[in-house]
Design a protein around this ligand. Structure first.
Ligand code: GUN
Length: 301
């Protein structure tokens, strides 16, 4: 058993990735191209969505991307939102865009996501990109699972032949994570168990995991009893929990009880500073890729 797990430092790795992306932008501009441009559509004023979108805009500024936030009222019609999506699809000055989720209940989320040009779908949520991911073809990968893969690869955590247990089957994190880690690729080649709210023997599955990915959105769900000694523990949770001692009135809580699990794990992600920054880096990487698709001769140096 380890005394204390090593930290999978998403903050430091994301900063490394931003440096690389910034280098790409400098080369592209030197070669006479415009910088990459990312647009976010924000519907309504959900607090967490506001925070995410502001962070994404800040990342863009840091690496030299142009960015824009299109703010729409919470009462915007589906028709109007579709019109905005189509205009971005057709705008050659925009490399990629995202529609920040969740959307208000009166809007059909699927209909909106399906209307995004797959070549500009830097979230990787369009069925064309999901299908390509499943087939192992090159595509935009959803930012959180892609960020986790990048983190494992850059840290040198082996996935081949390992038993990975993913808790949570969301379209954004759990399901794509399970697919990506089971692909015949590096990182990948793992044996993956995808657990969810109806799983029987969830505890036993988790206890046999070499790599445990918690993506269910229940603060502190993974305690020491669910973790095999020496396991790698990835915490995707970022739930806002009321905390009167904070100016904001809340703190961010992961799905893993860090204090309890760190003494038995070999590697662990902190919250904040683990998966979150890697997700943001994943979006930058996808936007760079979208730009490169538009200007294929860039970055030959
Ligand atoms: N809401 C929570 N996570 C995400 C994300 O990765 N992309 C979008 N568009 N909305 C989100």
């Amino acid at each position: 058993m380890n005394d204390q797990a090593q930290i999978l430092d998403g903050k430091a790795l994301a900063s490394e990735i931003r440096e690389e992306v910034r280098g790409y932008v400098e080369r592209a501009v030197r070669q006479g191209h415009r910088p990459p441009k990312l647009v976010a559509i924000l519907v309504g004023n959900d607090g967490a969505s506001e925070t995410y979108v502001a962070a994404k805009a800040q990342d863009c500024a840091e690496v030299g991307f142009d960015s824009e936030v299109i703010r729409l009222s919470a009462h915007v019609s589906e028709q109007e939102l579709l019109r905005v999506v189509r205009s971005l699809n057709e705008n050659p000055g925009v490399d990629g865009f995202i529609v920040q989720l969740p959307l208000p209940a009166h809007i059909d989320e699927q209909k909106i996501l399906f209307s995004i040009d797959p070549d500009k779908d830097v979230d990787g949520f369009h069925p064309v990109n999901v299908g390509k991911m499943c087939l192992g073809l090159s595509s935009f990968l959803p930012a959180t699972p892609a960020g986790i893969l990048e983190m494992l690869e850059r840290t040198g955590v082996e996935t081949e032949g390992k038993h990975v247990v993913v808790i949570g089957r969301s379209n954004i994190v759990g399901r794509p994570m399970s697919i990506l880690l089971s692909r015949n690729a590096r990182p990948g080649n793992a044996t993956v168990t995808l657990c969810h709210s109806r799983s029987v023997h969830l505890r036993a599955h988790c206890q046999s995991a070499d790599i445990l990915v918690a993506a269910l959105g229940r603060p502190g769900f993974v305690g020491r009893d669910l973790v095999k000694p020496g396991a790698v523990v990835i915490d995707v949770g970022i739930t806002r929990v009321a905390d009167a001692s904070r100016k904001s009135g809340f703190r961010l809580s992961g799905d893993v009880d860090f204090e309890a699990v760190a003494p038995v794990a070999s590697w662990i992600t902190p919250v904040p500073g683990g998966v979150g920054p890697m997700t943001r880096a994943g979006l930058l990487t996808n936007t760079r890729r979208a730009h490169q698709m538009r200007f294929p001769n860039t970055d030959l140096e």
